[in-house]
Design a protein around this ligand. Structure first.
Ligand code: MN3
Length: 207
């Protein structure tokens, strides 16, 4: 019955900081478009797509995981995964971020990459080398080993049993207003001044 259908209820989360908080690496103008138009657009499309389907009213991460295995839910997957990825990306950054990881995460970076400078170089290279639109991630695999992953378009490591610790969006909409084609400069600024190691440490602790 129509009146019993679960309501589509995905909402755009607020940014965890002011739109100008990440300047000068990411301008308020970029964040305003990226959050208020791109991220908002994924949430709005997702709400339209899930209406009247079994995906309506389900938690976002569950929608992403289920839609990934559903051959007729490609559009739902794309919009749900982009909504999830953006929420994670906002939290992967903070004002006055950057620097080095601490604690057990620092030890794991040392173990799996040979040191923080080595991690930084590999992550920057992977993010710069992702062809077209996509994402670069620091993830922990099922055994807790750290890896750098890249995903195309909306794809996300949570659908293959990897636990994301950090994500950088390398779609052009993330940096083009500020850097045009200079994606490596965006990535360097992100790593040096914005990356939120406390968020990564929290995610690493969630075994
Ligand atoms: Mn984006």
């Amino acid at each position: 019955m129509l009146e019993n259908k679960a309501k589509a209820s995905f909402t755009l989360p607020k940014l965890p900081y002011e739109e100008s908080a990440l300047e000068p690496v990411i301008s308020a103008r970029t964040l305003s478009f990226h959050h208020g138009k791109h991220h908002a657009g994924y949430v709005e499309k997702l709400n339209g797509l899930v209406e009247g389907t079994p995906y309506a009213g389900r938690p976002l991460d569950e929608v992403v995981r289920r839609a990934a295995k559903d051959p007729v839910a490609t559009l739902i997957f794309n919009n749900a995964a982009q909504a999830w990825n953006h929420e994670f990306y906002w939290r992967s950054m903070r004002a006055k971020g950057g620097g080095m990881a601490a604690g057990t995460l620092a030890q794991a970076i040392e173990r799996d990459f040979g040191g923080q400078p080595e991690f930084r170089a590999s992550f920057a290279k992977a993010a710069a080398g992702e062809f077209g639109s996509g994402w670069a991630w620091l993830v922990a695999d099922g055994a807790g080993k750290l890896k750098i992953a890249t995903t195309d378009d909306a794809d996300t490591p949570i659908v293959r049993g990897e636990r994301p610790l950090l994500a950088i969006d390398v779609w052009e909409h993330a940096y083009y207003l500020d850097y045009q084609n200079r994606r490596p400069d965006y990535i360097s600024g992100w790593l040096d001044k914005l990356v939120n190691w406390e968020f990564a440490e929290e995610n690493f602790g969630l075994v």
